[in-house]
Design a binder for this molecule. Structure first.
Ligand SMILES: NC(=O)C1=CN([C@@H]2O[C@H](COP(=O)(O)OP(=O)(O)OC[C@H]3O[C@@H](n4cnc5c(N)ncnc54)[C@H](OP(=O)(O)O)[C@@H]3O)[C@@H](O)[C@H]2O)C=CC1
Ligand SMILES: O=C(O)C(=O)[C@@H](O)[C@H](O)C(=O)CO
Length: 278
């Protein structure tokens, strides 16, 4: 029986769930409990980062879960202050120590931090880390087409995933096309646009009524139909279940287009060419 989200194949052959749990803000005992309820309700993809300060909570939920470790896809991210070849090798050890796990399933460069000027060296380390067994799949986050081309040209290795800001206000059509050309899976951060007023937008409310689902489910289904993997964060067990339950209905092409037409651009200070995330 299918539990949770269906899976797709990454460019390295590994399977990857079509929807996961964002964990930014899920810290401490409460955070670990919330991640635990998500796993129990069927989430298999978890998204954390060294900079979230909650790898310990996420790792605890994974270790205490009854779901076998090999069924879970644990993602973490390397911060800007750890860019560099040797630094990346040290950073993964810190992350694995925090998680209390012997490997992560997906490791991402959190931001390109072009001002640091070391994301290519960092990517070279990621390629080697994949061979070390500490990391199963490697990817990036917040990379533009130019950043992607630089790391692919330097190593011949395309990331399995690029996790980027993506929601109906910022559908990222051009970047998604580049990902398709390079065989990179698009993962959507802040897929619900951090709740905001998105869930009251007319095309979303109308589609929710037409399909008998909640507005958040319409938004997450829109991601899935674009071919992007959303990682909505919720600390609430009922909303976690609702967010995962988006594989039993289909939006029409008109509905998808009407939702994409809400486009207005980036919502936060997240221009990858200038954002400083250390
Ligand atoms: N790579 C990067 O640079 C970044 C990565 N991320 C990742 O993406 C994840 C998700 O993004 P995030 O910024 O958290 O924002 P989201 O778009 O996932 O929105 C989360 C907010 O929506 C609420 N919410 C969740 N489900 C529903 C629902 N069904 N109906 C109504 N409200 C709902 C949550 O509240 P409640 O918890 O109470 O349900 C929370 O306030 C992060 O947690 C993180 O893992 C985020 C930003 C940048
Ligand atoms: O949440 C993340 O993954 C980030 O990259 C953060 O920079 C986030 O965007 C934030 O708002 C931190 O204050």
């Amino acid at each position: 029986m299918q539990v949770g989200a269906p899976t797709i194949e990454l460019n390295d052959g590994h399977r990857f769930p079509e929807l996961g749990l964002g964990t930014y803000g899920l810290n401490g005992d409460e955070g670990a409990a919330a991640v635990g309820t998500a796993i129990a309700s069927g989430y298999r993809l978890l998204d954390t980062a060294l900079n979230y300060g909650n790898e310990d909570a996420v790792g605890r939920a994974v270790r205490e879960s009854e779901v076998p470790r090999e069924d879970l896809v644990v993602t973490s991210k390397l911060p800007g202050r750890h860019h560099g070849y040797d630094e990346a090798h040290r950073s993964i050890d810190e992350t694995l120590g925090n998680l209390g796990l012997d490997h992560v399933d997906l490791y991402l460069i959190h931001w390109p931090n072009p001002s640091v000027g070391r994301f290519v060296d960092t990517w070279k380390a990621f390629v080697d880390l994949r061979d070390s067994g500490k990391v199963r799949s490697i990817g990036v986050s917040n990379f533009t087409p130019e950043h992607l081309r630089r790391i692919v040209d330097a190593t011949g290795v395309a990331p399995a995933v690029n996790q980027v800001e993506l929601h109906p206000y910022f559908p990222q059509a051009e970047l998604r096309k580049v990902h398709q050309e390079l065989g990179i899976v698009t993962e959507s951060w802040s897929p619900l646009a951090k709740r905001s007023e998105l869930l009251t937008e007319q095309p979303i409310v109308a589609a929710a009524a037409a399909h008998g689902v909640a507005p958040g489910q319409v938004v997450l289904r829109w991601h899935v139909q674009l071919g992007a993997v959303p990682v909505p964060k919720s600390g609430d067990a009922a909303r976690q279940k609702e967010n995962l339950d988006v594989f039993g209905f289909e939006l029409t092409d008109d509905e998808v287009q009407a939702i994409s037409a809400l486009e207005r651009g980036r919502l936060w200070d997240g221009d990858p060419d200038t954002h400083e995330e250390m």
